[in-house]
Ligand binder design. Sequence first.
Ligand SMILES: [Zn+2]
Length: 452
Amino acid sequence: MVSAVNGQEKVKRQRAHKARMELTDAQAVALDEQASAAITVWNCLHAYWTHFAGKKPTLTQADAAIRQARKDADFLTVLPAQAAQAVLKTYAQAWENFFNPNHPAKRPTFKTKKGRPHLAVDVPQARNLRIVHLSAKWGALTVPLVGRVRFRWTKNLPGIGKNSPAGRVTGVRLVKEANGWYIVFRTEQHVPQSTPHRGPKVGMDRGITVPLALSTGEKLRHKPWLTSGERERLLRLERTAARRRAARTRGEPVSNRLARTYDQIAKLRAKAKRQAYDWQHQTTATLTRQYSAIVVEDLHIANMMRSASGTVQAPGTNVAQKRGLNRAISGESWGRTVAFLTYKSADRGGCVPKVPAQGTSTECHRCHTTTAGSRESQSRFVCKNVRCGWIGNADINAAGNQLHRYNSAAGPAVTGRGDLQPLGGSVKRQPPRARSRALQEAALSGAGNLRP
Ligand SMILES: [Zn+2]
């Protein structure tokens, strides 16, 4: 047995873990200032990067520009040099994401400090963090130029404390949310290669009426993310905010009262988001323990959501309805569910194959015919094939189709968009590199909006 373990190949596993920080008032102010300086650095970079039409600065030049800016502007020195360099890295990545046709990222822009900016500070190296496990519920670490801070200990971090798994923390990112500052640890562990999962396969469909439907007939539901009282309060706050916004003359700064209302709204939304994360983590953990393959639709989430309003030349239709649907989609955040499933499955030797979505909601999963009017309502599917006549939930039917498509394609692998791959196969699409590079060069030479 021992030799089998020793002979096993190890794989690197990188994860993130988020924990709430407890800051003194002074520390919170210091972090706010750092994050604000990080935004300034981003904006300087963006001005610098987009200024030289015809040639793009190299990373070395950009780095030198940041160093110079830190010398010139005193207030930028509140941001540790490492964090400033991390901004450069994030900024360069933002352009790469923009030029990747399979990434929904938009063109990088200036970040505004008005309203509610996304505040974050990177500590890219863990060298001087001195993370310790203090007690059952608390840990502590040193944040550069802020000092010693405590954070909630909810999970053993690799390489820290007595009972923790082997591995290390490679860096952290500090992010501000509606209810305060959080710390996100990047961890790295070397774990034995997972053995193939022996469980059954299942099809899974996202629904609007049912959050998740399985081909087994099981429907996975959750309570609303907010209580009815909280939902009423949120609605009231949104109306108040709209009224105050309407009463404001253009260009006038946001009043304290309106800012307070925005904060209250943000807190409730953040709570809903935390609830959604909790449910998604628990549900996907259970599913990946149980099933070896969880077959999902290859939906182009970004496209589905973006297409509603259309453009000035070609305005969209039913914008309001689609917006409502979009909200429902993002409330369930299908993309995040699939992301959780994917990494959790990989840990357990399973996989999450994607199959083309087209027709899965109108085809009968039992007889595989598509009959007119079979989709009687949002939730009800009635097969009109006289020799079949299956009646049931439409989402369950779609999930059944996905499993069938995967099973019948598991022989020859189909690659490309909406690829069908056998067990364990990669579902990552290769971006069309040549085209992307051409676009990249075109755009960096000053031609701005060349995005397809
Ligand atoms: Zn049928």
